[in-house]
Design a protein around this ligand. Structure first.
Ligand SMILES: [Zn+2]
Ligand SMILES: [Zn+2]
Ligand SMILES: [Zn+2]
Length: 253
């Protein structure tokens, strides 16, 4: 039978054979996938021209069938031409997978399970290090030798925390401490000494070098200060007092 409509399209200078009115079966798609996508694309009717003043014209949708790489079931899709063409290009390439919704969901669940399992393993592996960190640095009663080289102590602590600990557990531990206890911990001693060293033992506000305090600009990262040292600032006792008195000073460089 002669397809007069196809003649008409060609005569109207639009060679597109496949229109949004067609239902494109998987057999057709698998046939088309033998050809390069630039050629296949030409068979499709052009997408709707953008109308001036109406830039968000709804996309033209094609109805087509997809075969799931995993379960081989065919499902019906309704998408813009680009999605269909990229499916055909994938089939042409031959080494890419497309999954139906059900298989997609199953794989997502498996991926999540794997991820959860891996993170459990990871946490279990770092637990002894985490325990050791808590024991070494979060015990307010721990007394360190007077000869402690604090710069080195800070570096050790930082390395320990960065690479081999469950940081969430440490932050939770800090959060449940009394603030006064927290200030007695080797953790805070290492941190505050480092903050003072970085400030060249001067107040960041007035450059004074009297009695120096280390102030928390924000408690948002309490127990995770190593990640955001900017939350800590070195202030002299006077400025610290003023700072707390006038709460308006919010940012200090
Ligand atoms: Zn499937
Ligand atoms: Zn000051
Ligand atoms: Zn303060």
């Amino acid at each position: 039978m002669i397809d007069h409509a196809a003649f008409e399209r060609i005569l109207n200078d639009d060679p597109s054979m496949i229109t949004p009115q067609d239902f494109i079966r998987i057999e057709t798609i698998e046939f088309l996938s033998r050809y390069k996508i630039v050629k296949v694309g030409m068979l499709f009717q052009k997408g709707r021209q953008t109308i001036k003043g109406q830039p968000h014209a709804p996309p033209v949708l094609f109805q087509w069938e997809m075969r799931c790489t995993s379960c081989k079931q065919v499902s019906v899709m309704r998408t813009a031409k680009t999605r269909l063409l990229s499916y055909i290009a994938d089939l042409h390439a031959g080494d890419r997978a497309s999954y139906c919704q059900a298989c997609d969901q199953i794989m997502d669940q498996q991926k999540e399970q794997r991820w959860r399992h891996e993170s459990e393993l990871r946490l279990a592996a770092v637990q002894p290090n985490t325990d050791r960190f808590i024991e070494s640095y979060l015990d307010p009663l721990k007394v360190w030798s007077k000869d402690t080289e604090w710069r080195q102590a800070f570096r050790n602590m930082e390395g320990h925390w960065m690479f081999r600990c469950d940081q969430g557990q440490i932050a939770a531990r800090v959060a449940e401490m009394e603030y006064g206890e927290f200030l007695q911990t080797p953790y805070w001693k290492c941190l505050s000494r480092e903050v003072r060293r970085l400030a060249h033992y001067k107040c960041r506000l007035c450059n004074g070098n009297g009695e120096l305090h280390v102030h928390h600009n924000s408690y948002q990262n309490l127990g995770r200060e190593l990640k955001s040292m900017r939350d800590l600032i070195c202030l002299c006792a006077d400025c610290h007092e003023t700072f707390h008195a006038e709460r308006r000073v919010t940012s200090v460089r």
